[in-house]
Design a protein around this ligand. Structure first.
Ligand code: NBP
Length: 479
């Protein structure tokens, strides 16, 4: 057996990850793909990698040193199960199967349990950074057992992105923890992208600047506190001119956003955990709204404000939008970390939240300068109940909130949709509120369903006899 690690699935992600592995000192990489052509092509195109090609699962297993370690990079869902089943036929107790696909974390929990019973170790690992990340250094979020981490840790550290000298990988937690964190990462990515899109839309419609001019605005923002990969590529996309029409590319791209489902998973999971990830939800729904042309077509003539919108002072407006974007972005990340905290509590994972922020600083799509501030916040207060209350963020809100409110108010007044800006602000004000109208909701629930309520002034659970004499009685707690 010549190889110390193997990759199954040699499409874009798998082939790049295999090349990344092969480029590191000491690694010999076995490669296998269901259809032979991809394997042949990879091996032929990259002789320097010294791949050990296999054309059956038996050959693949035979080419790996024990304990065998294999990373699966195939389509999530059924294909992943099929590959695991095949590997289990040729692997032995102590071997390690890593699933680097975008699996739903509950599938990972199920698979880990089933595979563990055979004595083989199973690690669900989130991989972020797209094909370039896979090749040059991704952000890696492995779950699985402590025992697997002992073997995998050094290999993963050697291929991960490096941020400020640290590899962007950590053992996130057991079984599905890695895929859970990757899921939330993608949810935050949805929110971040939507916020940037709203900022662009407001600036374009409020100042009349061209996409190329707005590209310069984003490039400028990328030199400051908003510095991030998504802001950087936004400038690139806005600058791009369509070769066919000579128009800005963004003006010829159909305005219907696609989605592969990880945003929806993040929101569905948050709903069942009772975590308000409203920014991520709005971002996901905004993509859905965009993708219903028939609904948009029939709605085009709905009444709206009479007048168009031109900001009086373009530069001042752009600065307000920048601050609104920053504040809303902090909300989105805070909500995402809240979901990770709740998931960890629900599934019994010991997740170091500050460490998660630090492994997202390199390789992944949401890499950003301000992730350091999240790491700092959790270093100072590991059990911080709401991330956005950390002193650094409070300072940002102190300087951004007026602008944030202005931008949200303006967008409502002039009829430019800003669902993520608006819902983030509503969440922020909801957290701040001394009293919420939830008291009225409890009253309504008690009225129609005898759901009972608690009082602010004494212990116990109460019910008002709404359909009798409306006196209050003590009641069983039924929530
Ligand atoms: P795809 O998601 O397009 O999957 C194609 C691969 O799956 C091919 O190697 C294909 O083999 C293999 N496969 C299928 Br389909 N069914 C199979 C089966 N029943 N048995 C064995 N192999 C099977 O590839 P990708 O875009 O490289 O992504 C790989 C994984 O990485 C996915 O889970 C994806 O969600 C995840 N991911 C992707 C990105 C990204 O930016 N693209 C980022 C992070 C994670 P074949 O060649 O024989 O058809």
């Amino acid at each position: 057996a010549a190889a110390n690690i193997g990759v199954v699935g040699l499409a874009v992600m798998g082939s790049n990850l295999a090349r990344n592995l092969a480029s590191r000192e000491g690694n010999t990489v076995a490669v296998y793909n269901r259809s032979r052509a991809k394997t042949d092509e990879l091996v032929a195109e990259h002789p320097e990698a010294g791949f050990v090609p296999a054309f059956s699962y038996e050959e693949f297993a035979a080419s790996l040193q024990k304990p065998r370690t294999a990373i699966i990079m195939v389509k999530a869902g059924g294909p992943t199960d099929a590959v695991i089943d095949s590997l289990l036929e040729v692997f032995e107790p102590g071997d390690i199967i890593v699933d680097g696909g975008n699996a739903l974390f509950t599938d990972t929990i199920r698979r880990e349990k089933a595979v563990r019973e055979t004595g083989v170790n199973f690690v669900g690992m989130g991989v972020s950074g797209g094909e370039e990340g896979a090749l040059l250094g991704p952000s890696l979020m492995p779950g699985g057992s402590d025992e697997s981490w002992v073997t995998l840790g050094p290999i993963l550290r050697s291929i991960a992105a490096i941020a400020e000298g640290e590899p962007c990988v950590t053992h996130v937690g057991h079984d599905g923890a890695g895929h859970f964190v990757k899921m939330v990462h993608n949810g935050i990515e949805y929110a971040d992208m939507q916020l940037i899109a709203e900022a662009y839309d407001l600036i374009r419609r409020g100042t009349g600047k061209s996409p190329a001019e707005i590209a310069e605005v984003f490039a400028e923002w990328n030199r400051g506190e908003l510095e991030s990969y998504l802001i950087e590529i936004t400038a690139e996309v806005l600058r791009q001119v369509d070769a066919e029409t000579g128009k800005p590319l963004v003006d010829v791209i159909l305005d219907q956003a696609g989605a592969k489902g990880t945003g929806a998973w993040t929101v569905q999971t948050a709903l069942s955990l009772g975590v308000p990830v409203s920014g991520i939800a709005e971002a996901t729904f905004a993509r859905s709204l965009s993708s219903h042309p028939e609904q948009r077509e029939i709605s085009r003539d709905l009444p709206g404000p009479d007048e168009g919108f031109t900001a009086e002072d373009a530069d001042a407006f752009i600065e307000q939008v920048r601050l609104a974007l920053y504040a809303s972005k902090i909300v989105a990340y805070s909500q995402g970390f809240d979901e990770i905290r709740a998931g960890a509590a629900e599934y019994g994972w010991n997740i170091d939240l500050g460490k998660i922020a630090s492994i997202w600083r390199g390789g992944c799509i949401i890499r950003a300068r301000f992730l350091n501030r999240i790491t700092d916040a959790y270093a100072e207060t590991p059990d911080l109940p709401v991330l956005l209350t950390a002193p650094f963020f409070v300072d940002v809100f102190a300087r951004a909130q007026d602008a944030w409110r202005e931008v949200v108010a303006t967008s409502a007044k002039v009829g430019i949709p800003s669902p993520a800006f608006s819902s983030s602000l509503a969440y922020y004000d909801g957290l701040r509120a001394e009293r919420l109208p939830a008291a009225l909701i409890q009253g309504q629930r008690d009225f129609f369903g005898a759901h009972t309520y608690k009082r602010i002034d004494k212990e116990g659970t109460f019910h008002t006899l709404w359909s009798a004499d409306r006196t209050e009685v003590e009641a069983e707690d039924t929530h």
